[in-house]
Design a protein around this ligand. Structure first.
Ligand code: ZN
Length: 394
């Protein structure tokens, strides 16, 4: 076979194929160097002469069914500014045992497959795969784009079985994660505002978030002009937790017969009714008919959801007031506490009428992050997890 064709396939500058060997399941391509110029890895300046060299294998993309290695002379140069340094080849990172295009291929596979599967497919160690992907993503996200951030969502993501948190800032218009930081304190979010700077912060019009005071404090310090919106997804999630507390209370207080009806009903109360099967619907009906408190809490949940359909501030304000009245009238302590909280944060609920945030989108993002966590936090490498979140929404 003509070495011209192989050189064409190889498509690498500075080198040409000299010899090809097949050893076991691998192809080894011996490369010769073109004369002259080396690039110093310290300063990236060109140096005319090599100092010494050693031969090195670089794994490249496969040829047919053969994993393929390049065997190449890697020089050191005596750089006038840096002293003796390893040269930088244009097709491989300085200390890597892989060509850049092989690393790019690994990273592309990691976008669609778990690290363990990529490792198996390419016969690599999972640590190697993860490090290659991490390097690729670090480079990819090294110049974040904070331009025209108008509608944001700020969300927390738990890890380490819920003991630790990340803060995720999402550009809602583009469904793009623009920033991820450790923790969920005011200082965490302060860092985000510090990074984007005052001018960019001035462009922010609305921010959807939780009724979480540390975030709210940071927003009012750095972007007081932005309208805070408490979206349906987060508020209803909190309401659902409250339902579960009420359910537990009711269970403890119930008679033996009552306990039987309440037992195992968590799912029935938290799911949307239209997602329940026929027999589940019947069980729910039975539960609600025998337990007045749970019935009230359940009905008020469906009613509360209507709040996010209001399209004017006046409408939203009076709807909220009426709802809070009913919740308080129930006499249930948990429900009254929740109503009190909604009143305290009413501004953000009413703002939704002006900035209707797409709650389904937020829920979708939340679910997707959970999938990313299952796939990539198994390594307990937080930086990698954060990069994968960014990659999930680009
Ligand atoms: Zn140099």
């Amino acid at each position: 076979m003509s070495s011209n064709i192989i050189a064409h396939w190889l498509n690498l500058p500075q080198v040409y194929p000299e010899k090809i060997d097949i050893v076991g399941g691998s192809t080894i391509i011996y490369l010769a160097r073109e004369r002259g110029e080396f690039v110093c890895s310290g300063c990236r300046e060109t140096v005319n002469q090599g100092y010494d060299f050693r031969r090195q294998y670089l794994r490249d993309l496969s040829c047919f069914e053969y994993s393929t290695y390049l065997f190449v002379d890697k020089f050191r140069v005596d750089c006038p500014s840096c002293g003796v340094r390893v040269e930088e080849l244009s097709f491989a990172r300085v200390f890597s045992h892989y060509t850049k295009r092989f690393e790019d291929y690994v990273a592309k596979l990691c976008e669609i497959l778990p690290v363990s599967q990529v490792a198996e497919l390419l016969n690599l160690d999972w640590k190697t795969v993860k490090e290659i992907d991490k390097r690729y993503l670090t480079e990819k996200f090294s110049h974040p784009d904070y331009s025209s951030l108008k509608i944001l969502a700020i969300d927390e993501v738990s890890y380490r079985s819920g003991h630790k948190y990340l803060t995720v800032v999402l550009d809602l218009e583009r469904t793009k994660v623009v920033w991820v930081g450790e923790g969920r304190s005011k200082e965490t979010l302060d860092k985000f505002f510090g990074e984007i700077g005052e001018d960019k912060a001035k462009e922010i019009k609305a921010i959807a978030t939780d009724m979480w005071d540390p975030y709210l404090a940071s927003i009012s310090e750095h972007a007081p002009w932005a309208k805070v919106v408490f979206d349906k997804f987060h508020v209803i999630a909190e309401y659902s937790k409250m339902i579960d507390r009420v359910r537990n209370e009711e269970y403890r207080a119930a008679s033996e017969a009552g306990k039987k009806v309440i037992k195992g009903s968590k799912y029935l109360l938290l799911k949307n009714e239209q997602n329940l099967k026929q027999n589940q619907k019947e069980r729910l009906k039975e539960l609600l008919s025998v337990n007045e408190v749970l019935n009230t809490v359940y009905i008020l949940k469906d009613e509360l959801k209507m709040l996010w359909q209001c399209r004017s501030e006046e409408e939203a304000a009076s709807f909220l007031e009426a709802w809070v009245g009913k919740a308080r009238a129930s006499g249930n302590e948990e429900l009254s506490k929740f109503a009190k909280k909604l009143m305290r944060y009413s501004y953000g609920l009413i703002n939704h009428a002006v900035y209707p945030i797409n709650s389904a989108k937020l829920e979708g993002v939340n679910n997707k992050i959970k999938v990313i966590k299952r796939r990539s936090y198994g390594f307990h490498d937080l930086t990698y997890f954060m990069l994968k979140i960014k990659q999930g929404f680009t």
